[in-house]
Unconditional design. Sequence first.
Length: 457
Amino acid sequence: MAHASANPYADLPRMDDLLTASAALIERHGRTPVVERLRAEMDRSRARIAEGRPADDAEAIIGRATDALDTAPRPGPRRVLNAAGVIVHTNLGRAPLSAAAVRAMADAAGYCDLEYDLDTGRRGSRGAHVDGLLAELTGAEDALVVNNCAAALVLVLAALAGDREVVVSRGHLVEIGGSFRLPDVMASSGARLLEVGTTNRTRAADYQQGDDVAVLLTVHPSNFTQDGFVTQPRLADVADVARDRGVPLVHDAGSGLLAPVEHPALADEPSMRAAIDEGADLVLASGDKLLGGPQAGLVVGRADLVERCRRHPLARALRLDKLRLAALVATLDAHRRGAGGTVDALLALDEDDLRARVDALRGRVGGTVVEATTMVGGGSAPGVGVTGPVLRLDLDHPLRVAEALRHTDPPVIVRVADEAVLVDLRTVAPEDDPLVVDALRATLPTATGDPTGGPDR
């Protein structure tokens, strides 16, 4: 029979022995995290001894370390399954990339001709891969891409306005994601904002104000709508004012629709090509919304103005890396070939195929197939969506179920509405349907806390 030593601290296992016994844990998590966790558990055991309690043995220490490491949040971003009914979901990474874009990123992950001219063997330009293609698709003279649309706006105003006035409607001074407000973003460029009109009514004549004006700016409200006693001038009318004043008109189109489309969900969404046709000198947009590409800020328009932006020092600070550049080129090339982007494809899913998938899901987990609207979302086409079949699960505790689904592997994100969980497969790849089934079947019996509180069967 073993006896405790006179010095209880001497009964603690040696770190070398703990590490030898933790080989499987090290294989899963790496040596450094395991060493740090074991040290923390040893400190915890020493604190127990100081309180007069016995020392923990190796099994207890390794067990606690295993529980802590195996349940710790994984380094992100993690893959999730989006069954929430929002296509361009800002919190879930906005538009999903196409398979072609993903392949292009993988091809560019090693060495690539990012800034190397294969014909001459000399230094090339990363813009040569994308600028001409983007200009072609929007009908612009030239184009430039940077990190995101907010960066594009800062760059354009810094290059064209400096510390001079930028005339903008009060109705266009929106708040974008993350509580960032457009006036603050614009002010960071050094330009001076001259607000004209009112929140709900601005006319083209209002853009005549200002004594030291460098730019007229219009902003498409891509994340909200205004109804009622509302007036905003046509872009072409503001372009006339800009020409009369001899200053450029910059239009922030936001959502990244390259050209007008026929799909009813996007019929009223302004495009970059249309803005150029209506007289905007520069048009800005995001790459990861309706375009269906990676995060990027797209700048298209007059060649002389684009060149001024390209030569500004901020352009280098805000430029795209090789991976996003590769994904963007692949996305734009798909649009040029008429294949469209991932957002187009999700909006145009065959309803019979979608209904068959939802019916199959209902057959595996229960519930009811109902009609619901999948929103375009993500600062694009506010309030607009497409109706289709979704699975409705009437549950006693829908929020609890939604939380449990967020902790499956991979996490499944659903929508809770009218005391029910709605599972929308439009934004789930068909090959991932079995993962949704597994997550629901694993979650529903326990998440409700009551076997009778699950879905109808």
